[in-house]
Write a new protein. Structure first.
Ligand SMILES: *Cc1c(COP(=O)(O)O)cnc(C)c1O
Length: 364
C-alpha cells in the first residue's frame, strides 16, 4: 500500500513518474537495458542529460547567460564549492544565518575567507526571517548567501524579506523549494539545490550559475579542487566524470511531469493551496500550533507542536497507523513537521488535516 509520505528528504516523488521508471526498468526505449546500466557517453544517456538540462531551463526560464550543472556531493558540497569558486578576487562574503543549513554553509565557508553573518534569527530559534537593508552588506563582498527555504525551521524568504544586495552577486540554496514557486533567476548569481526534495532521488545536485562568474578563472581560489570547480563540469556539460545517471534520468521525468502539470506557475498555485489548508487549520486549532512568524511561513515544510511531548509522540505514532508517515519533527525543533513538496497530492494534505481534527477531538 502506498502511504502519504511527509518526509523532509529524501521525499515523495510523483506516482506517475515512479510508474514510468518501473515500466522502463528492464528496457529503456528499446535499448534492452535500464538507464542505470548504460554508458554515460552513449547516445541514449547524452540525450537524457540534454533533455533534463533543457527541461529545467524551460521550467525556470533560465537564460543563456547561465550554466546549468548536474553535480554530485549534495547541497552540502556546494557549501564548500561556493567560496572556492567565488572568493578568488575578493576574500569577503556575507551570509544570512536563518537556519541549520544556512549556518552550516556559513561555517564551512569560514575556512576560505572573511565571512560575516550579516543577519541571523538564531535569537528566536530561527522562527523568522530577519529584515535587512542594503547597508547590512559589505559593498565589497564577493557574494551574499541565503538559504531561500529553511527546511528544518519552516521559514522562507518572500518578496518582502529578500535582501536588497544591489550589485553584489546573490547565492541561494533552494534545496527544499526549487520549482515550488516562480523565481526570477536573473536576480541570482548562483542557485543550487540537492535533488532529493523537489526533483529526483538523492545523488544529483543542481547548480545554476552565471557564466560570467564561472568563466572568469580569477574568481576561483587557486587551490580549488578540480572536482569542485564549476568550470570543470561547465566545459563538459556535466559529463567530466560519471554523473549520477539514474537521478538525472528521474529528474528529466519529473521536469516533464511538471511541464505537463502547467509548469511552476500551476505548481505554485497548488502549493499555496495545500499549505493554506494546513495553516488555516493550525491557526484555529486549540491543540496544535506553529511557532513560525506568520509572514515568513514556508509552503514546503510546516513544523507544528501540541506543546506536550508525549502527545506529539502519540500523534506521530497514530498518524503512521493511518498511512500518514514521517511526520516526526527534526530534533532541533521537536514536535511534528509536514513536508509537503510538489509531489504531495492535495488529498495527502486533506487527509492529514482530517486526521489532526480527529486527533484534536479525541485528545481534548
Ligand atoms: C536538505 C538540505 C541541504 C542538505 O542537502 P544535502 O544534499 O543532503 O547535502 C542543504 N540545504 C537545504 C536548504 C536543505 O533543505
Amino acid at each position: 500500500m502506498r502511504v502519504y509520505n511527509f518526509s523532509a528528504g529524501p521525499s515523495i516523488l510523483p506516482e506517475e513518474v515512479l510508474r514510468q521508471v518501473q515500466s522502463e526498468m528492464l528496457d529503456y526505449g528499446g535499448t534492452g537495458m535500464s538507464v542505470t546500466e548504460m554508458s554515460h557517453r552513449g547516445k541514449t544517456f547524452v540525450e537524457i542529460n540534454d533533455e533534463a538540462e533543457a527541461g529545467l531551463r524551460e521550467l525556470m526560464n533560465i537564460g543563456d547567460d547561465y550554466y546549468v550543472l548536474f553535480l554530485q556531493g549534495g547541497a552540502s558540497m556546494q557549501f564548500e564549492a561556493i567560496p572556492l569558486n567565488m572568493l578568488g578576487k575578493n576574500n569577503k562574503a556575507d551570509y544570512l544565518v536563518t537556519g541549520n543549513f544556512a549556518q552550516k554553509a556559513y561555517k564551512e565557508g569560514q575556512k576560505y575567507g572573511d565571512l560575516k553573518a550579516a543577519a541571523s534569527s538564531k535569537d528566536a530559534n530561527f522562527t523568522y526571517i530577519p529584515k535587512t537593508t542594503r547597508e547590512s552588506f559589505r559593498p565589497d563582498a564577493a557574494y551574499v548567501h541565503i538559504a531561500q527555504n529553511n527546511t528544518i525551521f519552516g521559514t522562507r524568504f518572500t518578496a518582502a524579506t529578500m535582501p536588497d544586495v544591489g550589485d553584489i552577486p546573490l547565492v541561494s540554496d533552494m534545496s527544499s523549494n526549487i520549482l515550488s514557486e516562480v523565481m526570477d533567476v536573473n536576480k541570482y548569481a548562483v542557485i543550487y539545490a540537492g535533488a532529493q526534495k523537489n526533483i529526483a532521488p538523492a545523488g544529483v545536485t543542481v547548480v545554476i550559475a552565471k557564466k560570467s562568474i564561472v568563466d572568469d578563472p580569477a574568481n576561483c581560489l587557486p587551490y580549488c579542487p578540480t572536482m569542485l570547480k564549476w568550470k570543470t563540469q561547465a566545459d563538459e556539460k556535466s559529463l567530466y566524470n560519471t554523473p549520477p545517471c539514474f537521478s538525472i534520468y528521474v529528474a528529466n521525468l519529473v521536469f516533464k511531469y511538471l511541464k505537463a502539470f502547467g509548469g511552476v506557475t500551476a505548481m505554485q498555485k497548488q502549493n499555496e493551496y495545500k499549505a493554506g489548508l494546513l495553516y488555516d487549520f493550525l491557526d484555529q486549532s486549540k491543540l496544535f500550533k506553529t511557532a513560525v512568524n506568520k509572514v515568513d511561513r514556508s509552503i514546503m515544510n510546516i513544523p507544528f507542536v501540541t506543546g506536550d511531548e508525549e502527545l506529539d509522540n502519540k500523534f506521530v505514532k497514530e498518524a503512521s497507523k493511518n498511512a500518514l508517515v514521517t511526520l516526526k519533527g527534526h530534533k532541533l525543533v521537536g514536535g511534528m513537521r509536514a513536508s509537503i513538496y510538489n509531489a504531495m497530492p492535495v488529498d495527502g494534505v486533506k487527509a492529514l488535516v482530517e486526521f489532526m481534527k480527529k486527533f484534536e477531538c479525541e485528545n481534548k
